[in-house]
Design a protein around this ligand. Structure first.
Ligand SMILES: [Zn+2]
Ligand SMILES: [Zn+2]
Length: 313
């Protein structure tokens, strides 16, 4: 069974993230409605963005982003059974409660008992994996699930921008054509091919050109050579070179005119000789930022391990 569940999840492994400090995990309320784990359909937490969705909204999120794996959280609320004398039957009170929820109910919580349930759900077939399942799940999935369950709940009223501006998977990511032009990009020391800019540089994922930005959302300066190049070639996706780390990179779609997700970023970078696992975030002056670089690498070792050495237990 271990191999079966593990193999089932392999295609989705690049989309399953471990929340980090700073990631907001919306596990108490739907981004678009008032659905919560206490709602009839429970709450689905995207295992990539950690946004929460009620049953009415999760399908749409799946269709829009292609994100298949969600953690489904459900809090079962039952009226307490009472004994002959009218007192509660003695039992371990709320022993199965593990969700960190703000209880909004206006009735007396003492009269109810709660039981929390978590499982992974894979769309579109709604395949369900009850949690915890340490024996059968790839280690990274268990780490990600534990981190989601242990993260403090984020509430959309506190952080409106974080749930409104969800980054979507680019429609060009899956079918991106990459030219076999022999271009190899070194891991550092980049310069714009058309000017002297050494910062705010964007690698075009179709042809490997390295050109400066200008008008990008992050406000950094440049001469706009990357955009100019897109207008000449229609090559849609570019990655900001100094953002590449073992767990991702900032990708921009000229054609979609927004920041996008590229689930195949590792493959797209290796086409031009960039090994994402060896890359560390750089500051403007080229120094490494060492924060969390060790844990990031070891997480990726876990991914590789779990996708290549699945053995039945
Ligand atoms: Zn998502
Ligand atoms: Zn330039």
């Amino acid at each position: 069974m271990a191999a079966d569940l593990g193999e089932l999840l392999v295609p989705y492994m690049p989309t399953i993230r471990v929340p980090r400090i700073g990631d907001r995990v919306f596990k108490s309320e739907c981004a678009f409605s008032f659905d919560s784990p206490e709602s009839e359909g429970g709450l689905y937490v995207c295992m990539n963005t950690f946004l929460g969705f009620g049953r009415e909204h999760v399908e749409r999120h799946y269709r829009k982003t292609g994100q298949s794996v969600y953690m489904h959280l459900k809090r079962h609320v039952k009226e307490k059974a009472t004994g002959a004398a009218g007192g509660a039957i003695p039992r371990r009170r709320n022993g199965k409660v593990f969700l960190d929820l703000e209880l909004n109910r206006d009735f007396n919580g003492e009269d109810y008992e709660y039981e929390d349930e978590a499982k992974l759900v894979i769309f579109p077939d709604h395949f369900e994996i009850p949690l915890p399942n340490i024996e059968e799940l790839p280690a990274l999935v268990t780490i990600a699930c534990d981190a989601v369950l242990n993260a403090p709940s984020a509430y959309k009223k506190q952080e409106p921008e974080s749930w409104e501006e969800e980054i979507q998977v680019s429609r060009h990511a899956r079918s991106l054509r990459q030219l076999d032009n022999g271009v190899r990009i070194p891991p550092s020391g980049w310069k714009c091919q058309k000017c002297e800019m050494r910062e705010n540089l964007w690698l075009n994922l179709t042809d490997g050109s390295v050109l400066c930005g200008k008008w990008f959302f992050d406000g950094s300066g440049g001469n706009g050579h990357a955009l100019e190049h897109y207008r000449e070639t229609n090559h849609p996706l570019a990655v900001k070179l100094d953002t590449i780390t073992p767990d991702g990179a900032d990708v921009y779609s000229f054609e979609e005119e927004e920041a996008v997700l590229d689930p195949h970023i590792s493959e797209h970078l290796s086409h031009f000789g960039i090994d994402m696992l060896q890359m560390q975030k750089r500051t403007e002056n080229g120094h490494h930022t060492d924060n969390n670089s060790r844990p990031r690498v070891s997480e990726w070792e876990v991914i590789q391990e779990s996708s290549t050495t699945l053995k039945p237990l």
